[in-house]
Design a protein around this ligand. Sequence first.
Ligand code: NAD
Length: 676
Amino acid sequence: MEKNKHNNSFEEQIVKGIPSELPSKHIYSANVNHAPRRKDILTLEEKKLAIRNALRYFPKEWHEELAREFSDELEKYGRIYMYRFKPAYEMYARPISEYPAKTRHAAAIMLMIQNNLDPAVAQHPEELITYGGNGAVFQNWAQYLLTMQYLVTMTDEQTLHIYSGHPMGLFPSTKNAPRVIVTNGLMIPNYSTPDDWERYNALGVTQYGQMTAGSYMYIGPQGIVHGTTITVMNAFRKILPKDENASGKIFLTAGLGGMSGAQPKAGNIAGCITVCAEVNESAAQKRYNQGWVDVLIDDMTELVKRVKIAQENNEVVSIAYQGNVVDVWEKFFDEDVFVHVGSDQTSLHNPWSGGYYPVDVSYEESNILIREDPELFKTKVQESLRRHAKAINNHTDRGTYFFDYGNAFLLEASRAGADIMNEDGTDFKYSSYVQDILGPMCFDYGFGPFRWVCTSGNPEDLDKTDKIAMNVLTEIQRTAPEDIQLQMQDNITWIKDAKANKMVVGSQARILYADAEGRMKIANAFNQAVASGEISAPIVLGRDHHDVSGTDSPYRETSNIKDGSKFTADMAIHNVIGDSFRGASWVSIHNGGGVGWGEVINGGFGMVLDGSEEAEQRLKNMLFFDVNNGIARRSWARNNEALTAIKREMKRSPNLKVTLPNLVEDRILDNLQLKK
Ligand SMILES: NC(=O)c1ccc[n+]([C@@H]2O[C@H](COP(=O)([O-])OP(=O)(O)OC[C@H]3O[C@@H](n4cnc5c(N)ncnc54)[C@H](O)[C@@H]3O)[C@@H](O)[C@H]2O)c1
């Protein structure tokens, strides 16, 4: 049995919650990837408040000692993580049978939480950050301990309410209610600037949940590889004649970080030449060592030479350039290297603290400026963005197709005064990948990142689910209409190769894109397989928040909504409420995620399929709404593909009655004598 330093088993420890004896002091380990030091933003009085807030988790006798320790953490790291309370047992998704619980739904949630904090999965495991630099599961270790304890004791007639990582408590509810309700970072709208996050997070009253971090639904790099592959493949399809493929054609982009590192792998699956610039030498080296990129070059002349050879030979190859992406765009223009598809995945949702490195300033110098002269650094970033956009414009004048990949590139470039707006100044010159690709080709039809986790932890169960999903999709494809055939085929190919791609890190999880019909039929087949014993333990269903209905984000998920409603968040809120009473085991709704705090409202769910008839009812009811809510909204916004999809769904499901828009002829509006 697993033992910790106090000789308690894992089970005994999670039952205890906050230990009755003060644990020994934590040793800050140098060989763990720690979160960066956060901004020192609190006033003296606010610092006292932050410490008072932190101490309320603990008995009075410990306050004297912990107050000193927490004030030290606040000064050193800008946050109070309560390192001392990090449990000594190993953190990973155990098989569901190893969690003591009164309901299997709660046990499944514990498994998902531990997966998000597994050091093999999480970006900054000691600071409870799963990905994206600030995507937190909890704000501190006390919240983790209490949450696990609540989950152990909860029954099927209680619901745990979690406010930005803080477990407010168990409240009586019913068997049909979700077992957990999560909110992350929800603010009064006027208090949602990046500095508000710094302040209220430092006070310990809110957190940035990103998307799948704070909702316990992260599955490692697999999700992003799949999403990026679908995007790059469809980008080439969009610009190439039907009989031509991507081989020998260049995809130029930047970033080899947490998510962006998926780009070269996706480029290889899509069959093109990927050139990906990365300023951070160790990030570039790491991706190369991991085999995520085929070639690593740090010399510009060498890069141009290598790329020309790849073009001549129609190679499928991914090349990392260790340097600034602005230099690559400029050099390729001077050297007449034609770029078919261009994008960018630097972290522009976080431009002033190291998300974007300006050209002509070394990586090391930039890091000094960020700390010592943030104003000058900001000026350098903005100058660089203007140059970056200009170089891209030069290429697009020659025919390059450029798209924004949801990293706020166009938004920050426009704020920097770059030449990035269209002629009438109302919109950006370039489309986002959702406007051009994922929106019309996927989201408007209901295709989105459906995922599942086998709670047995047994890879054989995952193999069985892959087969089931492939059979279901193949069957649906037989009679699917022409306009969704490509999406069906891409996902059948993906699931066929999924095991061979070896993308599983942490829990036994899989992702694919499916529409409402696909998601419901796959889930139903899983539930039957659990009921018959073919699959040995329950399956958790979920999805990325980056989906059809769950997220309102005007520069990303909902950027192809053109009726003016893209700055509203009604859809995401309806979605989380609607999912919660239709059968989700847990639901979550977040401010922030991907594009930044205050820029998006996004939600998700988890659903435990335990083979029961109730689970069958729930999955049908909830998955139907979880997808069609967004299609209805997209069709009301007059998106053609969504109109087709919702009409088709209404024919299939007589209980669905959606308000459809009447389309207005342009000439009627053009003939009006409107005043400015
Ligand atoms: N569209 C999507 O589905 C999607 C998915 C994931 C992430 N994103 C967005 O993409 C961005 C990147 O995410 P991440 O997790 O990889 O972030 P990250 O910070 O881990 O990686 C970004 C990388 O860009 C490098 N970089 C910064 N400026 C550069 C420059 N001028 N030239 C070359 N390299 C430079 C950094 O060194 C870093 O390694 C984020 O803004 C994120 O929100 C979008």
